[in-house]
Design a protein around this ligand. Structure first.
Ligand code: MN
Length: 261
């Protein structure tokens, strides 16, 4: 059986920050889908692109039988909707958005976390007190780091750090990176826009994640720290974790997981 859901707890927080006039980030955290999208484009079009994308992926939230292919198909659908919206609203030409997140999917008959990414928003995995960045930024600076031309530290202040090399909103959707993880007791995933990671370093993120607060408090504390540290961009954070790790093999709860988290 693949329909027995794992119980999850999630937190979600977002803030416009101290500089920007609009919040062009979108975030979603419910059921099988946890994501952040960071919109780009003038005249508030960025928030249209990120909103379309979050809503499209959010349509999968009630599905307890998701496959990775379903998530990828819905990313394509989100891209198609963005392009159709540009046709109807030519002033939105050029709008685009990052998308990253975690979906609860079924692989080989058991539930797994599927991390997906396009752009420079990030997913981190926190387990056993250790924080690791799962996603690899699709950005000019990441390419320079990979080529050994600059260090990760230099990337944090490099002038090209905001130049994203893959996003939704292009005529041809670029490849979406995916990673699979079997559920692990005590782990937490953090999904965030670059408004967090440009203001809060990994050590600070790790300290807040390990403080013992619930998922919602943790998400809000991370956003607050980014704003306190400068808030130069919109900042959005989703934190998701298993509420109870299921006992091995015996799974008597066959109630389909609903739309609530
Ligand atoms: Mn941003």
């Amino acid at each position: 059986m693949t329909t027995s859901g794992l119980a999850l707890r999630a937190g979600i927080a977002t803030d416009v920050g101290r500089v920007r006039e609009h919040n062009e980030d979108a975030a979603f955290a419910r059921g099988s889908i946890y994501l952040v999208a960071d919109g780009m484009g003038g005249h508030a079009a960025g928030e249209v692109a990120s909103g379309i994308t979050a809503a499209a992926l959010g349509e999968l939230a009630g599905r307890a039988d998701l496959k990775v292919a379903d998530v990828l198909a819905q990313v394509q659908e989100a891209n198609d909707r963005i392009l159709r919206t540009v046709v109807q609203h030519p002033d939105h030409l050029g709008m685009a958005t990052t998308l990253t997140g975690v979906a609860l999917v079924v692989v080989g008959g058991s539930q797994h976390w599927a991390v997906f990414n396009l752009g420079d928003s990030r997913v981190y995995r926190f387990v056993g007190g250790q924080l690791s960045q799962v996603t690899v930024d699709h950005s000019e600076v990441q390419e320079l780091v990979d080529a050994g031309e600059i260090t990760p530290d230099e990337a944090r202040t490099h002038p090209l750090r905001h130049t994203v090399t893959r996003s939704l909103g292009r005529d041809v959707l670029p490849p979406v990176d995916t990673w699979l993880f079997p559920p692990c007791p005590g782990e937490r995933f953090v999904v965030c826009s670059d408004g967090l990671t440009n203001e809060v370093d990994d050590a600070e993120i790790r300290a807040i994640l390990g403080a013992g607060d619930d998922a919602q408090t943790t998400a809000q504390r991370l956003v607050n720290r980014a704003v306190d540290n400068g808030g130069r961009d919109n900042v959005s954070v989703v934190v998701v974790e298993l509420a109870d790790f299921p006992a091995a093999e015996v799974d008597e709860d066959t109630t389909p997981r609903g739309g609530g988290s």
